[in-house]
Design a protein around this ligand. Structure first.
Ligand code: ASP
Length: 596
């Protein structure tokens, strides 16, 4: 029978005990990692969230009754032990923080027995993730996950302390709000009191934090839960957490500065890193031109080079046609890779096609300076030499070229650059290369053939570009910025529009009528009539920040109870059907699934 805690008090966590406590009596509690009965002596490894501690049961210390009880201990039993700390008599275990001590038990309470778990509770589990997620409460006992969640908690605490110190107020915003079909799909919650009406779960606190600025709160932050009903990719969750902030009376520089100090603090405290400020910055245009990505990984070079001018009169039709159609020809130099086997090159060509390339041209510079490759026969030797020079190619190098529309060439070479870095092992896990990407385009052209806000409809255009909004809207840059770490976007934000005329025009460009704009965010537009300070903000994906800090491969490893790719929870089996009665109350009728 499980015993109670009556009269017992834990004195230490397992690894809070050290050589300094030798001779003291301590009371420890936790789970049995494993217990080995070696005849007259029982060795039990006790585990709590701090780590492991060795307990020794010997009849001479604890008496027959306790010894016999200890003989029945099995993995994952929950126990409390009172005992005396002694220096280890056997070999010191270097791998254990408490490897030079042990606790000789005097008393034992079995607080809970345990069935055999479906997989071992151990570091670096090899158990399939599906099984671990079904029993997530057991998975969460594993030291690596406990470490990750402990660090996540520290990040939250440090963030709160830092922002409070900087004059930010932590304010909660509602999570039952009105649906605004901008951006991703909303999660909807039916209203019982208003049948046929729905709340939406927030995709971010965007409108509310801007309203808080209108209300004079000046500097706001929140660790906000956000929901987006997207088709999930590997690094997405339907619900996730943002470190969300908004500031009044600021411009881009102010937001970047306070956030650089926040990052400096977090990465110093958690990773022991000394970030040099200011962090590196690139405009969006530069990032695309040099790295083919708006979130370039800066741990390595291999920059894109524009060779359009060099090949503009050459005889290679692929290059010619791309340029004639208003496109571009660019290349990257895989230094020292001239000997890459044909099979590997072919695989890279296929990889490039996955990003929309019709093909990928390549050329190796041989040791004797001659050229060998897919298009050498279409060009004169001097043209090839000029191309190699433009690429800073030396004997032994392998050059890749893409010729197409700008967007395709960026995407193809940007991804090829990353793939080559992976293959050549250039992505060091312990390097942290931060980058601000600024001056994003204000608009992007959507698949449905209309302009969409690249960040969101409240983002401020750059003053110097605003006159182009009618003549050349694509050329208008925004006061928007992203913070990027090792090729991952950690967060982003913008200065907001606070002038009614600019906001009105912006909504018009985005295809809103006066009515539809009012229907969706009338309360914000109204609020802006009553005196609104210039304001700006930013939000980080907390899950991603922690993932990169701990070097995890997936954000699932830094979220206590994550969902899987189809947005379901394997443990609690959400989403699930509900009682007919609940549906009736909500006035909802569920259509039969059409037969497959
Ligand atoms: N609300 C924005 C987002 O979720 C961030 C911001 O602009 O502050 O991306």
């Amino acid at each position: 029978m499980a015993e109670s805690m009556k009269g017992l008090h834990r004195s230490h966590r397992c690894t809070e005990i050290s050589r300094e406590n030798v001779g003291q009596t301590v009371t420890v509690m936790g789970w049995v990692q494993k217990s080995r009965n070696k005849g007259g002596i029982i060795f039990t490894d006790l585990r709590d969230r701090s780590g492991l501690l060795q307990l020794i049961f010997e009849e001479c210390d604890c008496g027959t009754e306790v010894f016999e009880k200890a003989a029945a201990l099995r993995s994952e039993f929950v126990i409390a032990v009172e005992g005396v700390v002694t220096a280890r008599q056997g070999a010191v275990n270097e791998n254990l923080k408490t490897g030079d001590i042990e606790v000789r038990a005097k008393s034992l309470r079995i607080l809970s027995e345990a069935a055999t778990p479906p997989f071992p509770i151990e570091e670096n589990s090899r158990t399939k993730e599906e099984l671990r997620l079904k029993y997530r409460y057991l998975d969460l006992r594993r030291p690596d996950l406990q470490r990750n969640l402990t660090i996540r908690s520290r990040v939250a605490t440090l963030t709160r302390a830092f922002l409070a110190e900087e004059g930010f107020l932590e304010i909660e915003t509602p999570t039952l709000i009105k649906s605004t079909p901008e951006g991703a799909r909303d999660y909807l919650v039916p209203s019982r009191v208003h049948p046929g009406s729905f709340y939406a779960l927030p995709q971010s606190p965007q409108l509310f934090k801007q309203l808080l600025m209108c209300s004079g709160y000046d500097r706001y932050f929140q660790l906000a839960r956000c929901y987006r009903d997207e088709d999930l990719r590997a690094d997405r969750q339907p619900e996730f957490t943002q470190i969300d902030m908004e500031l009044s009376f600021v411009d881009v520089e102010d937001v970047l500065a306070v956030n650089e100090r926040l990052l400096q603090k977090l990465f110093k405290e958690i990773c022991g890193l000394e970030l040099q400020l200011p962090l590196l910055r690139l405009t969006w245009q530069e990032a695309m031109d040099r790295f083919g990505s708006d979130k370039p990984d800066m741990r390595f070079g291999m920059e894109l080079k524009d060779v359009s001018n060099v090949v503009k009169d050459c005889g290679f039709a692929v290059f010619q046609n791309a340029l004639a159609a208003g496109g571009t020809v660019r290349g990257i130099n895989a230094v020292g890779q001239a000997g890459m086997p044909r099979k590997k090159i072919d695989a890279l060509v296929e990889y490039a096609k996955g990003f929309g390339a019709k093909g990928l041209a390549y050329m190796a510079i041989q040791a004797d300076g001659s050229f060998k490759g897919s298009f050498a026969k279409f060009m004169q030797p001097e043209e090839l030499a000029a191309l190699a020079e433009a690429m800073e190619g030396k004997p032994g190098d392998l050059l890749f070229f893409a010729a197409d529309k700008h967007t395709v060439v960026w995407d193809v070479l940007g991804n090829l650059r990353l793939e080559l870095a992976r293959q050549l092992d250039l992505l060091k896990k312990d390097a942290f290369c931060f980058l601000w990407v600024t001056e994003f385009p204000l608009l992007e052209y959507s698949e449905e053939g209309r302009f969409m806000a690249k960040h969101h409809p409240f983002t401020m255009p750059m003053e110097e570009d605003w006159h182009l909004i009618d003549s050349d809207p694509k050329a208008v840059r925004a006061k928007a910025y992203d913070i990027v770490l090792n090729g991952t976007e950690l967060g982003g934000g913008s200065v907001r529009i606070h002038q009614a005329d600019i906001q009105e025009k912006m909504l018009k460009v985005l295809g809103f009528t006066k009515e539809s704009a009012h229907e969706q965010f009338g309360f914000l537009l109204d609020a802006f009539c009553y005196g609104v300070p210039p304001h700006a903000g930013l939000a980080y994906g907390l899950d991603r920040v922690v993932m990169l800090m701990v070097g995890a491969d997936s954000i699932r490893d830094v979220i206590a109870f994550p969902k899987v790719k189809d947005a379901s929870c394997l443990m609690c089996e959400a989403p699930a059907g509900v009682d007919e009665k609940q549906l009736v109350e909500l006035g909802i009728e569920v259509k039969e699934e059409p037969e497959a």
